[in-house]
Design a protein around this ligand. Sequence first.
Ligand code: P1T
Length: 389
Amino acid sequence: MADGEADPRWGFATRALHVGQGPDPTTGAVVQPIHLATTYRQSAVGVHQGFEYSRSGNPTRHALEECLASLESARHCLTFASGLAATTTVLLLLDAGDHVVVNDDVYGGTARLFTRVLSRYGLRFDSADLRDPGALREALTERTRMVWLESPTNPLLRLVDIAAVAEIARERGALTVVDNTFATPVLQNPLALGADIAVHSSTKYLGGHSDVVGGAVMLDDDALAVSLRFHQNAVGAVPSPFDCWLLLRGVKTLSLRVRQQCANALAVARFLEGHAAVQAVHHPGLESHPQHALAVRQMSGGGGMVSFEVDTEERALELLSRLRVFLLAESLGAVESLAEHPGRMTHASIAAEERRRVGVGDGLIRLSVGVEDLDDLVRDLDQALAVSG
Ligand code: P1T
């Protein structure tokens, strides 16, 4: 077995450290080099050592793609300059006139991309509440080619039974795509549950340190991978070698970080559940979550995200401004805890009426729980809630 090649017996944490990243054959360096060269010498036309031009292929990116494929137990991985670049490129598998069913609770930027950009190029989108897999049957049309979902969803932490949805989609010849950003491959592998494609905003847990924007797509199907590889190169929304290196560095500690974030998030959610000023708490690890049984079946932990509701927008904004350890900022999944107001921030691009209909109310606050000491996180929320309550 060559250095950097996966041993089939390796567990997740070992794969995160070693797949795609054997010691550099020219120097023995144990860390993957950042290959900045934009082009590669050919000894005769078309004869080269695997790389031609850095948009179509780059050794640092290749190492990252090998490693991430292995983390989702997928045959293929392609990486992109952002999560939305990954999403866009997946949608380019479709043709004008094709129809996509989208779960009704998704990241606001994904909803904006679908309804305000890609719909102008002839793709048609309908949303459905896929907490009930049967709702998919109602939404399917003759032209449905793809079902797009997040589980857990952003920001309401609702779940979709991925196996049930993928089965219905497959019967109708549609692809199931799961944005696995919130769960991470540590907690959930959509492909093993029957999905065709997993998508990540690697800006979040995969990077894990709030210092790199990126996206990734993992899949098993060889023909779809060839088509995605064509579009990755033809469109060109590729990550830089330095971004790839930051991600390789980030994923080394992915399982450690996510386990700690799960433990902190569950404890934070339990604290919020017992607070008089909090009206509702959403976290898949809570026994009170309406889909807790599905969470136990489909995920190996509740994840690091928590959202909760206070009675008014005014109170939510006041509370956010008083937090000190939780930083008021968009994004999620990194080591430091963040808090935000979906209605005004991450989901502001969705029409207020539609947002409220789905359940993203004005008093909703979303927390990305990091790896700080739990006592400091709870004390921070407690003091902010005391003032606003
Ligand atoms: O920001 P970018 O790397 O382009 O990823 C977009 C994206 C895709 N999918 C999910 C589930 C996401 O949460 C995001 C980005 N989300 C935020 C920035 C946020 O704060 O929710």
